[in-house]
Design a protein. Structure first.
Length: 128
């Protein structure tokens, strides 16, 4: 997003970076139920604009669903083998441990990386 010259001060709650006249938000750890608060100080005075994080990062969402789904299946099959008493070797135990870790990682990927999307309007003086 380009920051116009009429803005004297701009504060963002969360991770952001200013590159010249551009403001880049980092939504790497934002969950879908969070907000991005931007404090704007321009010719209309000071105000807070709250933007909902409603759009997932497509790659993280797809990767999280894939990793979580495959790991969940591995965990379920290993638990079924263990309930039938098939633990002659330690394979099912390792599968449960690593499958659980993979499922948790997939859940983490799915529930992070959400942002406001492309249509976020901050109502800056140049946007009028």
């Amino acid at each position: 997003m380009r920051v116009p010259d009429c803005v004297q001060r701009l504060e963002v709650e969360g991770e952001s970076q200013r590159l010249g006249d551009k403001l880049v938000f980092d939504h790497g750890l934002d969950a879908p139920w969070t907000w991005t608060d931007v404090v704007i100080d321009d010719d209309r005075g000071q105000r807070v604009v709250r933007i909902a994080n409603t759009t997932p990062h497509a790659g993280r969402l797809a990767g999280g669903l894939l990793v979580g789904g495959v790991s969940g299946v591995v965990t379920a099959v290993a638990l079924a083998d263990m309930s039938d008493g098939r633990i002659a070797d330690y394979g099912p135990i390792y599968a449960v441990v690593f499958g659980s870790i993979g499922t948790a990682f997939g859940l983490f990927l799915t529930l992070t990386g959400w942002g406001p999307g492309r249509g976020a309007d901050l109502g800056l003086c140049a946007d009028r």
